[in-house]
Design a protein around this ligand. Structure first.
Ligand SMILES: Cc1cc2nc3c(=O)[nH]c(=O)nc-3n(C[C@H](O)[C@H](O)[C@H](O)COP(=O)(O)OP(=O)(O)OC[C@H]3O[C@@H](n4cnc5c(N)ncnc54)[C@H](O)[C@@H]3O)c2cc1C
Ligand SMILES: *[C@@H]1O[C@H](CO)[C@@H](O)[C@H](O)[C@H]1NC(C)=O
Ligand SMILES: *[C@@H]1O[C@H](CO)[C@@H](O)[C@H](O)[C@H]1NC(C)=O
Ligand SMILES: *[C@@H]1O[C@H](CO)[C@@H](O)[C@H](O)[C@H]1NC(C)=O
Length: 705
């Protein structure tokens, strides 16, 4: 009977979740209507980017930027400041989505069609509680890139990270050199940091606290102080300590790089943005000089030439992919994938680093409010009509919350000397756990199996909870990315190799122990804070909190913090593992740079968006400087342009002109593209799996017991 019970529990759990999705889709449609009617400030129709149709593109540009993400958007703005230069930005995804501006919808965006939906190759060492032992690796596929679907946390990393880059032979990248670019990007709006030498105002990216926070967060910060840490500005002089999260937020809403950098440049005639344009290849002539790019839009392929440079900003997964598709990479691997190698650069795709976290650190507590108000996040309250009204008419309420990390901390394990101010563990402090959304979003976003979700959360649904998620700031393990085949549409093979270095496991175990001591502090003991009584089904045999148990937990409930970097590492040309020099030029090729997260030689000790924006700000200045003397070369015509005008299908513009020439949103397309998983098919598949299971059950058996 026990086996029967455990096989039916996941089915019940997933059925409940599936039917929960339908009302939640209704809620999202309602919310979208409310924004249209009452919050034109969010639609911001007159500033949204319009796609430039192919027949209006030029045959050549001074600069072509591949990818309009965190880095690409910065470059498009900064380079088009020079009216003498023509800039083309090619983005594979669609325009920014209006709904993605609401902080609370952060987990909803993953696995939608604005996400590339990458998954890692199956492993027997990590992500063991995930479907097929694969970790989900979301990446933004839209203007703004991953900055348009990320958790909005604003962290610069540790000063030593940049000094280490400089020590590895990268001149100009020490903290003292890059600091000014953090300031250039920043518009600090938190009053207490406005007149602070570590911050600045007036830049394109606004920084605020999340506009809605839950009471439990304050208690956890109090516990942090009781544990001996200070509340500090983690982006200021010292990183070690606890803090409310600084976020890339403007007036309570997401401030992606598309909002911060592209919308203000909308009127520039010298900047063309082409959406739904997938770059397949960078074109390089016999003199190893880059002369253009090949891309497809709506099923047609095009070549556009470049006069000065191609800048690759497709992110840490796709920048190496595009280099390899263009013949730049490890010669033998390229042959294997069916690509003709042009330049042997074995570092392309290697040196993959990511921040890995231990999930499942959910704690229950007793709600001190006796009047029924929530002390932590609760989807049912957040999605209520009252909360939508608060949002529509009062510009406040729980829809402004980003419940995955209202606070955070940087702490030191026993392996790290605390006097160095170089913490090795970061905590994400969430006023919620996966039990609080009933399994609707968090479970799907991480790819947790039905069995694991059911065992861990089904019998504690909606009980007050919070999470403290420890992650490794400077993992030693290195992974890699390889081409699956020569098809530009094939997702590359991703091998993160988490925990391949024993030291990473050891530090993670210590991080989990610090989380445990945190909840034993008086501020949380007062609330009877206690670990989730349920155990991960894969780790039941180990004694609670033993090293074996924690290692098992780390290898099962492995959560990427979505920071893959390093796959086109910066370093001197004589270092065979590196791909670009300190000016971000690809070794051995003319007029080609990589500017995005992939150039980090070692991962920074913190979230990656702000550092990548810094990288692109610095790169823009380096490019302007390099071309200031205008060293024109003879442009060689050793190619045939197959550029033609095609009657191609229209881009799905999320804003369209009506008969009165007013810009109005195309709400139907917007919602359908965001939620493809609400298909009838998924419901049909599910009904099938229930009936299959019933067919296998022995009814006599059920009736007898
Ligand atoms: C779910 C999630 C949560 C995160 N949370 C945070 C956070 O809270 N704080 C933080 O600091 N960081 C966070 N990050 C990480 C951070 O957002 C990324 O590191 C950063 O945005 C990456 O910037 P990038 O410019 O390197 O790449 P991206 O921003 O990913 O940009 C790459 C762009 O290139 C486009 N592209 C790719 N291939 C092609 C092609 N062949 N042709 C044309 N275009 C192409 C993509 O569509 C995309 O727009 C998060 C990331 C994710 C995914
Ligand atoms: C419940 O009590 C708390 C604490 O006193 C208060 O902040 C909150 O507004 C109350 N909620 C309601 C619905 O009255
Ligand atoms: C736990 O131990 C039992 C009995 O020794 C064994 O059958 C089972 O496979 C173990 N489970 C795990 C997840 O290791
Ligand atoms: C169902 O279970 C009963 C009682 O355990 C057993 O006698 C019977 O053979 C089983 N039937 C099938 C089809 O397995």
């Amino acid at each position: 009977m026990a086996s029967l019970g455990s096989s039916i529990k996941p089915i019940i759990s997933s059925t409940r979740i599936l039917f929960g999705l339908l009302p939640s889709l209704g809620g999202i449609i309602l919310l979208r209507m409310v924004i249209h009617l009452y919050r034109p400030d969010i639609e911001d129709a007159e500033h949204r980017i319009q796609d430039v149709p192919v027949d209006q593109l030029f045959e050549s540009y001074d600069f072509i930027i591949i990818g309009g993400g965190s880095a690409g958007s910065v470059l498009a703005n900064r380079l088009s400041e020079n009216p003498e230069w023509n800039i083309l930005l090619l983005e594979a995804g669609q325009n920014e989505n209006v709904l993605s501006e609401l902080p609370i919808l952060f987990p909803v965006l993953q696995t939608s069609s604005i996400d590339w939906q990458f998954v890692t190759e199956p492993s027997s060492d990590y992500c063991l509680s995930m479907v097929d032992n694969r970790c989900k690796w979301p990446r933004g596929k839209l203007l703004g890139g991953s900055s348009a679907l990320n958790a909005m946390l604003y962290i610069r990393g540790n000063k030593k990270d940049y000094d280490n880059w400089a020590d590895q032979g990268n001149e100009g990248w020490a903290y003292k050199d890059v600091f000014k670019y953090f300031l250039k990007a920043e518009d600090m709006k938190i009053p207490e940091f406005k007149d602070n030498p570590y911050h600045s105002t007036g830049g394109p990216i606004s920084i605020e606290y999340f506009a809605y926070e839950h009471p439990i967060t304050k208690k956890i910060l109090e516990a942090g102080e009781q544990l001996g840490y200070n509340i500090v500005d983690v982006n200021g002089e010292f990183q070690t300590g606890f803090t409310r999260s600084h976020a890339t937020i403007r007036d309570g809403l997401r401030c992606s790089t598309a909002k911060g950098y592209l919308r203000p440049a909308r009127g520039r005639a010298n900047l063309h943005i082409s959406l739904e344009s997938l770059v397949e290849k960078i074109l390089i002539d016999n003199h190893k000089r880059t002369y253009g790019v090949k891309f497809t839009k709506h099923g047609q392929s095009y070549i556009i030439n470049v006069n000065k440079e191609v800048i690759l900003s497709a992110g840490a997964i796709q920048s190496p992919q595009i280099l390899m598709l263009s013949g730049i990479g490890d010669r033998a691997e390229l042959y294997d994938a069916g690509i003709n190698p042009l330049i042997h650069l074995p570092g392309v795709g290697k040196n993959l680093q990511d921040h890995i976290a231990m999930g499942g650190h959910s704690f229950l507590f007793d709600n001190p409010y006796t009047n029924g108000s929530d002390y932590c996040f609760n989807l049912n309250t957040a999605a209520s009509v009252g909360s939508i009204i608060d949002f529509a008419f009062n510009n406040k309420g729980p829809l402004y919350s980003m419940m995955e990390a209202e606070a955070m901390a940087f702490v030191n394990t026993k392996y790290q000397d605390p006097t160095e101010d170089y913490p090795d563990i970061q905590f994400f402090i969430a006023p919620t756990a996966d039990n609080m959304d009933g399994g609707l979003y968090g479970k799907r976003a991480n790819g947790l199996t039905d069995e694991t979700y059911a065992e861990l959360y089904e019998d504690i649904l909606y009980q007050s909870s919070f999470s403290v998620v420890p992650l490794l700031l400077r993992p030693k393990s290195r992974g890699y990315i390889k081409l699956r085949d020569s098809n530009p549409n094939s997702p590359p093979l991703i091998y993160p190799n988490y925990y391949s270095e024993p030291e990473d496991v050891a530090r993670m175990i210590e991080g989990a122990r610090i989380a445990q001591t945190l909840i034993e502090q008086p501020a949380l003991r007062e609330l009877n804070a206690r670990p989730n009584p349920n155990r991960n089904p894969g780790c039941k045999n180990y004694s609670l909190m033993s090293d074996e148990h924690l290692e098992c937990q780390a290898r099962h409930h492995s959560l990427t913090i979505y920071h893959p970097v390093g796959t086109c590492a910066m370093g001197p040309a004589d270092n065979a593992d590196t791909v670009v020099d300190s000016k971000l030029k690809v070794h051995g090729i003319k007029n080609l740079r990589v500017v995005d997260g992939s150039i980090m030689p070692t991962i920074v000790s913190g979230n990656t968006n702000a550092p990548i924006i810094m990288i692109a700000e610095k790169a823009s200045d380096m490019i302007k400087e390099d071309w200031s003397e205008e060293l024109y070369y003879e442009f060689e015509s050793n190619y045939e342009s197959d550029y033609k005008n095609h009657d191609s299908e229209e881009t799905k513009n999320l804003f369209v002109y009506n008969e009165n020439s007013e810009l109005i949103p195309n709400i139907y397309d917007e919602i359908i593209t965001l939620f493809p998983y609400f298909s009838l098919k998924s419901i049909q598949n599910h009904v099938k799996s229930i009936t299959d299971l019933l067919g296998r059950l022995n009814i006599t058996d059920i009736l007898i017991t």
